[in-house]
Write a protein that binds this ligand. Sequence first.
Ligand code: OXD
Ligand code: MN
Length: 599
Amino acid sequence: MASLTKNPNVNAWVDEMIALTKPDKVVWIDGSDEQLEGLRQEALSTGEMIKMNEELYPGCLYHRTAPNDVARVEDRTFICSEKKEDAGPTNNWMDPNEMWAMLEPMYDGVMKGRTMYVIPYSMGPIGSPLAKVGVELTDSIYVVLNMDIMTRMGTKAFENLGDTSDDFVRGLHSKADVDPEKRYIVQFPEKNTICSINSAYGGNVLLGKKCFALRIASFQGKNEGWMAEHMLILGVQKPDGDIKYITAAFPSACGKTNLAMLIPPEIYTKQGYKVFTVGDDIAWMKQGEDGRLYAINPENGFFGVAPGTNAKSNYNALASTKKNAIFTNVAINLDNMTPWWEGLDKNPPVNAQEWKGANVNGVEYTAKGEKLAHPNSRFTAPAENCPCISPEFNNPQGVPISAIIFGGRREKTTPLVYQSFDWTHGTYIGSAVSSETTAAATGAVGVLRHDPMAMKPFIGYNVGDYWNHWLEMGEKLGENAPKIFNVNWFKKDENGNFMWPGFGDNMRVLDWIIKRCEGKVDAQETPIGYLPKPEDLNVEGLDISAEQVDALLAVDKDLWADEIKEMRRYYDEDIAGKGGRIPAALYEELDKLEKRFGG
Ligand code: OXD
Ligand code: MN
């Protein structure tokens, strides 16, 4: 099939990759409905995809990955910059030539007997000055159909690139044999190139997402003066009609999708508050002409964690999955071909197919403590399905950001919310994000790990240089810089119960944050930053005592002494000791924090 572009840089690279991988057939993805429908039918006929109930879930498909291939594989993910020190201590590194010498034979002939799909796509609205183009080559229809939801895919992306530009990200993916021993997810930041092999799991193979929009883009952002961050973007419309936009960075599976789609409690909705979603996972941010920081969501859909999503926890996400969505590794109710997962409701289907494909009695199965859906099972849903999608979603200029929030899962130590003293202190707070691990990546769950800016697996260069880029952005933004906050929805009491209701009630915290941005509410100054005065946290209608509010806002000196000690160890041993170029200003912030506690 003939190329869809005259761009010689695209064509030369695609030809080279065809010669290497030797597919039987090459299909250029134009993005038309007819072409996509043909691919759906083909995937249904081979069993790669399964059709869900057409009345209840119109246009929805199901897919299961190999049981060994259900999450991102950080230990097999590499940043192959020319110099090792440029990858820094948070990344695996290999010399780019050595890496390619290993990968090339693996790709040689890998698509024999298969079709190569050439996917042009835009990250960001077509025509946006912040958008960028990628081309992914893949032997997976599942990838094509997911990229259709997650990006602006097809010939229109080439229109954005033009006939001569070389500014596109090359992505080569093959499922190969889905062999976990030969699985590699490799970024070559200086070459705008991504290679992914032996996986078919979303985060490893939808190359526009983590590989491009975070790892490659963070490197591009450093060089070009903008930021690529693991952040949701939401807008809070106040009763006077004014909308304040906020971004928030939490580690994977810590509730970014839930916060992005929050429904405020009634005490807010009846006053006229509304929340709009711009993005749930990634923000690209650049200074606008008026000096403020503007953000776009480079994605076009949501690749959300299914378990725990229900009408109460996230009505809007659930609604987004009701048509033209793809479900991966959830369970199927065989009676009516609908998806099911833990936390959807309390009624596991009796006649169930669990995520690996075995037919089981779901009631008995879950009673034994087995999971019907994989804990990292996902839905891929078009953003346009979301009932609260922002009218600015496709705005090529993006939305102006008033506040940036960091957070993680912390049982202790970190209070519900606090504000940094300034941008540099906020950058320190971002560098200090740590969180108890989840199922989104392979490895043990529930272990505390450092995850600076929630970007640990996604910074495409030296983490110290990344922090320095944050500081430089702060200088450039000056008084227009968004205010920086930290939140923790996951604090537990001595009985192990969550102290804060979370979900929609997080609006109460956003309310305080917005009022702080507007200078409308005072705060208590503590050694870690500004905290709400207890009376300023709106808990009307919540079953929460004054003591509990105090406990949520407590700054415990001993716990913070441990935290500071651990941060010093982290900076010294894990970062500086392993080649991380930590900016002096961040060490100073740590010293200042210790001093404020009297240390
Ligand atoms: C994701 C992740 O899929 O962070 O968004 O793992
Ligand atoms: Mn994510």
